[in-house]
Design a protein around this ligand. Sequence first.
Ligand SMILES: [Fe+2]
Length: 388
Amino acid sequence: MINSSSFRFLHSTHRVLFGANSLQDLGALAEEFGCRKAAVLLDGAFSDGPVQTRVGELIKPLAPEFHALPPHEPDTESVEAARTFLEACDPDLIVAIGGGTAMDTAKVARMLLSNPGPIENIVGPVGVKMHPHASLFICIPTTAGTGSEVSDSAIVAKSGTVSKQIFRSAEMSARIAILDPELGTTAPAGVTAASGYDAITHAVEAYTSLWANPVTDPLAIAAMQKLAVNLPISFREPGNLDARGECLIASMLAAMAFNSANLGLAHAISGALGALHHVPHGLANALALPWTMAFVQRDLGDKGEIVAGIFGADSVAGGFSTVRHLLDLDQSLDDFVKSDAERDALATAAMASGQVKMSPRTPTPEDMRAIIEAMRTPTGGREPHLNL
Ligand SMILES: [Fe+2]
């Protein structure tokens, strides 16, 4: 079923620095690379707070300028605002601090400096040629989730529409990622849970993707092992730096895996839920994953047993149902999608996702519609059952 006889593995980030207080390496890195002017794009939650003050001090000789990003997921409007900021600043060091929003916005806005013109010129999941930008680009994730600090892609909604655009190029990637678990301790528990569930979804979907390969599999397994133990701890104990550090490493490993293996049906649905109903990405994955895994688990072979074992469950779907409940993410699709017509539209949009073809079991449109119908019922942490 899964062809591992030939494969390709892609990874573009040159250096990863990990550790509590590793943010302090920022100044030395700026010096090492001979940077003279810094631009910092940061999550709005950190704007004018201690993190901004600290970064300002660490790279003071580079006269850093700061641009706070709006709280919603990136769209073409917020990316264009970031492009305008970067053009005016003319930096040779660009730093993104925050979750996927900050990193994805910075990735695309930076590419617009070296690829001037309409943003549409560089849209596309494969085969897009982007000219490199000479700046040193450093990503500093503050939550364990997207792993955008080590992936070659970014997702940006097209403002005023319900479509999401994928950008992908090795030129977009961070040269350096700094993983500092101290930065996540102030995140609300709900953010820790939802972003962590996104990382879990990345790991299992990369592991069970038809494009999984002998390099991505160990990365995905390690990510699941770390998240199974440490995500519930991070959720309950926000200040537990060991657990937060393990989750940050896991989210990076999962992204290193999905950067080559791609994802699956939960992301097909969560992408459509984000575009059509603005459901936060991690929560959208939580709504979908137990049910998409209930659909594919009969075709997972040994991999199914391995995943279930990692989560201490009788089945893959049961494991993700339990974790979802533990993290207070066991919601009904009805909280966001209200009518049969909307559920039909959601199923159609999910079927159009490129992630569907990575699934170890290919759904028919009727299967997808049935999965979405099932998502209306919370599982209470129990095994989800699909009659498909
Ligand atoms: Fe995701």
